[in-house]
Design a protein around this ligand. Structure first.
Ligand SMILES: [Zn+2]
Length: 84
């Protein structure tokens, strides 16, 4: 991610990841990673502005699978003899 920031000539950047379980509280691993990235980012002069955790709204599915809802038909689910 720092290489990407440098290649894009970013002046700062934001991390973002999701917690599909709906709990936006950072895990110990999230805090460790954030601190490590923030330190490295400071050393290369491209500061980390924020680390955002997103969650699905209550009751919503975190994913929408095209294979399950219709627009995508995986090969193993295609009808071998479709009606014409
Ligand atoms: Zn996390």
């Amino acid at each position: 991610m720092l290489r990407d920031a440098l290649e894009m000539a970013a002046t700062s950047f934001v991390l973002c990841h999701n917690h599909p379980d709906g709990d936006p509280k950072p895990t110990d691993e999230d805090v460790f990673l954030t601190n490590a990235v923030q330190h490295a980012a400071h050393l290369i002069g491209v500061p980390l502005d924020d680390h955002v955790i997103v969650t699905p709204p209550p009751g919503a599915s975190p994913l929408c699978s095209g294979a399950e809802t219709g627009p995508v038909r995986p090969p193993h689910l295609r009808d071998a003899n479709p009606r014409r």
